[in-house]
Design a protein around this ligand. Structure first.
Ligand code: CP
Ligand code: NVA
Length: 310
């Protein structure tokens, strides 16, 4: 039976039940088929999505804006200088005002708590389009992509190599929720947050899967079905980029590291990529790479999320 998700915010994958996750995947598949065969699916006719961006974006902005349009609604983009938030209007007043105009908000910002507060003080669903802590829409699209390629998620192993950042955190949430083994390899002092690892360990215990956090990239990648990486310096960490480039060198995904994975491994990256740093072209441009499928699926999965919550 369908789970009613109307009005629900999507701030973290960890807030979703397994049933809700698979409901999103099922609707994503339906909407993708409709889109690719030109069948109308104007489920959100006349609805308005506000899109707040405190950071740049290619995929998130374009997939949400195109997605709401294809569903019959309209997206309104607000850049870093557009709202009175910039001049000190509070999150709570902003949330209450926007709730009087819009049917949903998608927000990309720095401080995760701002997204939690926006949802708390407003009365419309809030969708997290990336914070310093999490990137749930990306990982839902990634899991959907893996499901398309491998037919099931449970029992697969995903190895994430790089920074213990928002991507690592959402992958820990997502993989552990669906019963995939997840191994995270980062340099010392760049590990994912303990609380998120502990939470993933609890999810994994329930699902009978594994969670490993290590400083050894080859150990993480051993027998992996999927190798995932992300930039070494995220948005907002530009000043640390040079130092990180040195510290992360051993965590580059190249042809020597991928030898540890299964022969038919898939390579994934949320993009944008810094070719020559976290990954070499011999991997990201190889037949193993499914980066553009995962980018495309942002559109279909986010349309499903909007259709379910708005
Ligand atoms: N992966 C992702 O969120 O890309 P953008 O920063 O381009 O939105
Ligand atoms: N970790 C990256 C992800 C970009 C989609 C960042 O936050 O910049």
């Amino acid at each position: 039976m369908a789970v009613n998700m109307k009005g629900k915010s999507l701030i973290s994958i960890n807030d979703l039940t397994l049933e809700e996750i698979y409901q999103i995947f099922e609707l994503s598949k339906t909407l993708k088929e409709k889109q690719l065969t030109n069948q109308p699916h104007r489920i959100l006719e006349g609805k308005t999505l506000g899109m707040i961006f405190a950071k740049p974006s290619t995929r998130t902005r374009i997939s949400f804006e195109t997605g709401i349009y294809q569903l019959g609604g309209i997206g309104m983009y607000f850049g870093p200088n557009d709202l009175q938030l910039k001049r000190g209007e509070t999150i709570s007043d902003t949330a209450k005002v926007l709730s009087r105009y819009l049917n949903g908000i998608m927000i990309r910002t720095f401080n995760h708590q701002d997204v939690v507060d926006l949802a708390h003080f407003g009365s419309i669903p809030v969708i997290n389009g990336l914070t310093d802590l999490l990137h749930p829409c990306q990982v839902l699209a990634d899991l959907f992509t893996i499901l398309e390629k491998r037919r099931e998620l449970r029992g697969l192993k995903l190895a994430y190599v790089g920074d213990g950042n928002n991507m690592a955190h959402s992958l820990l949430h997502g993989c552990s929720k669906v019963g995939m083994d997840v191994a995270i390899a980062t340099p010392a002092d760049y590990e994912p947050q303990k609380e998120i690892v502990n939470n993933a360990l609890r999810n994994a215990a329930y699902m009978g899967s594994k969670v490993d956090v290590t400083n050894d990239p080859a150990a993480a990648v051993k027998d992996a079905d999927i190798i995932y990486t992300d930039v070494w310096a995220s948005m907002g960490q530009e000043a640390e980029a040079a130092e990180r480039k040195k510290k992360f060198l051993k965590f580059q995904v190249n042809s020597s590291l991928v030898k540890n994975a299964k022969e038919d491994y898939l390579f994934m990256h949320c993009l944008p990529a810094h070719r020559g740093e976290e990954v070499l072209e011999e991997v990201i441009d190889s037949p193993h790479s499914i980066i553009f499928d995962e980018a495309e699926n942002r559109l279909h999965v986010q349309k499903a999320i909007m259709a379910l919550v708005m």
